[in-house]
Design a binder for this molecule. Structure first.
Ligand SMILES: Nc1ncnc2c1ncn2[C@@H]1O[C@H](COP(=O)(O)OP(=O)(O)OP(=O)(O)O)[C@@H](O)[C@H]1O
Ligand SMILES: [Mg+2]
Length: 474
C-alpha cells in the first residue's frame, strides 16, 4: 500500500508542483490549501503517514497546525516548508516536535529524501512500539527483538523466582551481567553482590568470598564477613566462574550444597540464604576437560542454564541496540554542529546550524552495522556507537564516523555478495581477497596476515599455492 501524505500549501502553483513530484515518487497525496481542512480529515480518522505543511498561510498557521496535530497524533511526523526569512521559527518548530524543515527554494531530491527519512523514522518507531507491546517479558534496560533474545527473556522470567543456582554462558560482551541483574531484579530478593573470580589471587578471593576471623592470616587484623554473607537473602553473582581457583571450588560446592559458609580460620558454620548466579564466557565442557572446572561444581551451578547468543546470530537486534546506545550517548541529542557543506542540496550550506535534535543513523551506516560480525558483541557495538556519536559532524551518524574495521568488513561483505552472485569457487574468492588485502596494505605481509587472521607462514603457503610469487605492484 502506498504511503499517504498530506500536503498543506496555500500557493497553488507550488502545491500542484509538489503533488506531482510526490505522486511520481509513488506516494498518495492529499492536498490542502489551508490547515483547518487537513486537521478535520486527521480528526476524522483519515489514514495519513506524514504531513508536509507551509509555515506562513492564511487561516491556521503551520505552527498552530503542528501543535494541534501533535495533540491528536503525536506519532505523526510533520515537515515544515519555510521561506528563507523565517528560518528562526522553523528551528523553533523542530524543537516543538516537527520532524524537519525545508527552506524554499528546495530541490525535489531534498524534498524526497526528507520525506523518505521521515517515513522511515515513523516505520521504525511503529516497529519498536509493536515489539515492546509483545515483548512483555523484556527486562528493564534490555534491548532485543530477535527470537533468540525472546528465548532468553522467557528463561529469565521463569528462572527469576527460583532459589536454585543459575549458570549464564555466552561470549564476552553478549550481556551476561545484564542477564544476572535481570534475574535478580525480578526475584524480589535483597542485595545483589557481584564478584569477579578472576580479579583476585586465591587467598584474597577466599577471604573476600567467605570472610575471615581475626588473625586467620597475616594482615587479618579484624574479623570480617565475606561477600557470601553480604549477599544473605539476596543474589551472589560469581562472574568468570571458570577462573575460580581449584582450591576454592570444593568450598563453593559445600556452600551451595549445605547453604553454609565458614569464615577463614573459623570452625563455626553460618547458615545463609543466598542465590548464586554464575557466568562464564568460556565453554564449560572445555574447562572441565582441561581440569580447570570441577564437574560436580558445574552440575551444581548449572541447574538453570541460560545461554546468551553472540550478536552475529541475532542481527535483528543490531538496529535496536544501535538506536538504544545512541539515545544513551549524550541522551541522543546532537551537539549543534553546523551541517557540513557539500552535503545535500546546494542551499543546505546556507542553513544556520540546526537546532538541537536527535542524532540519526544514516542508512549506509546502519547497513555496515548489520553486516559486521561483532566479535566483541554488544559491548563492541556500544563502543562503536558512542565513538560515532562523538565524531558525527551533522545530524546523523554516517559510514565514515564508524571505526575502520567496521567499514572494511562492509567492503568484505560487498565482495562476498558480489562473488556469490557470480557463483565463483571459494578458492578463487580467497585468492582475490588475499590479493586485495595485500594491495591495501601496500604489500606488507605481516599486516596482511594479521588482517586475514592467518599466521605469516600460512599466508606464504597460500600465496605459493595460488602461484603468486611476486607481490602485486602497488
Ligand atoms: N540486550 C542488551 N540491551 C542493552 N544493553 C546491552 C544488551 N546486552 C549487552 N548490553 C550492554 O553491553 C555491555 C556488555 O554487556 P555485559 O557486561 O553484560 O556483557 P558480558 O556478557 O558480561 O561480557 P563479559 O563476558 O566480557 O563480562 C554492557 O554495557 C551492557 O549494558
Ligand atoms: Mg561480564
Amino acid at each position: 500500500m502506498p504511503e499517504r501524505l498530506f500536503l498543506v500549501e496555500d500557493d497553488r502553483e507550488l502545491r500542484t508542483f509538489l503533488v506531482e513530484v510526490l505522486e511520481d515518487a509513488g506516494y498518495e497525496v492529499g492536498a490542502f490549501s489551508e490547515g483547518a481542512a487537513a486537521l478535520q480529515e486527521v480528526a476524522g480518522g483519515k489514514v495519513v503517514d506524514l504531513v508536509i505543511t507551509d509555515l506562513v498561510m492564511p487561516g491556521i498557521q503551520g505552527q498552530e497546525l503542528l501543535r494541534r496535530l501533535r495533540d491528536q497524533r503525536p506519532e505523526l511526523n510533520v515537515i515544515i516548508i519555510t521561506a528563507f526569512g523565517s528560518i528562526d521559527s522553523a528551528i523553533g518548530l523542530v524543537k516543538a516536535g516537527a520532524y524537519d524543515y525545508l527552506t524554499k527554494p528546495f530541490g525535489t531530491d531534498e524534498l524526497l529524501l526528507t520525506v523518505e527519512r521521515a517515513l522511515e523514522e515513523s516505520r521504525l518507531r511503529r516497529e519498536i512500539a509493536a515489539l515492546s507491546r509483545t515483548a512483555t517479558a523484556r527486562p528493564l534496560g534490555f534491548v532485543g527483538a530477535s527470537r533468540a533474545m525472546h528465548g532468553v527473556f522467557a528463561l529469565i522470567q521463569r528462572a527469576a523466582a527460583s532459589p536454585y543456582p543459575a549458570l549464564i554462558t555466552g561470549e564476552s560482551g553478549t550481556g551476561k551481567e545484564l542477564v544476572a541483574r535481570a534475574l535478580h531484579d525480578r526475584s524480589g530478593r535483597g542485595p545483589f553482590v557481584a564478584v569477579n573470580c578472576a580479579a583476585l589471587p586465591e587467598h584474597l578471593l577466599e577471604s573476600e568470598l567467605f570472610g575471615h576471623v581475626k588473625g586467620a592470616f597475616t594482615g587479618a587484623a579484624r574479623e570480617k564477613a565475606g561477600l557470601f554473607e553480604a549477599a544473605h537473602q539476596g543474589t551472589l553473582f560469581l562472574d568468570e566462574i571458570t577462573e575460580l581457583p581449584a582450591l576454592l571450588q570444593p568450598k563453593l560446592l559445600r556452600a551451595l550444597e549445605n547453604g553454609e559458609v565458614r569464615r577463614v580460620g573459623s570452625t563455626q558454620p553460618r547458615n545463609l540464604d543466598v542465590r548464586v548466579v554464575a557466568a562464564t564466557n568460556r565453554e564449560p565442557d572445555d574447562e572441565i576437560q582441561a581440569g580447570r572446572l570441577r564437574q560436580d561444581l558445574f552440575y551444581r551451578l548449572n541447574v538453570i542454564s541460560i545461554h546468551v547468543p553472540p550478536l552475529r546470530e541475532r542481527v535483528a537486534d543490531i538496529p535496536l541496540l544501535a538506536e538504544h546506545f545512541l539515545e544513551l550517548a549524550g541522551s541522543g541529542v546532537a551537539r549543534s554542529a553546523p551541517v557540513m557543506e557539500g552535503r545535500g542540496s546546494p542551499d543546505s550550506s546556507e542553513r544556520p546550524p540546526p537546532a538541537e535534535r536527535r542524532l540519526r543513523i544514516a542508512p549506509d551506516a546502519m547497513a555496515l552495522l548489520t553486516a559486521y560480525p561483532w566479535p566483541g558483541n554488544v559491548r563492541e557495538l556500544r563502543n562503536a556507537i558512542e565513538r560515532a556519536a562523538t565524531l558525527a559532524a551533522g545530524p546523523e551518524i554516517r559510514a565514515e564516523d564508524l571505526p575502520p574495521r567496521i567499514r572494511d568488513a562492509g567492503q568484505a561483505a560487498a565482495l562476498v555478495a558480489d562473488a556469490s552472485q557470480r557463483q565463483i569457487p571459494l578458492r578463487e574468492l580467497e585468492r582475490a581477497y588475499i590479493l586485495e588485502i595485500l594491495r591495501q596494505t601496500g604489500g606488507n605481509k605481516s599486516r596482511a596476515a594479521e588482517i586475514l587472521g592467518l599466521d605469516r607462514k600460512t599466508l606464504y603457503r597460500k600465496l605459493e599455492e595460488y602461484g603468486v610469487s611476486e607481490l602485486p605492484s602497488v
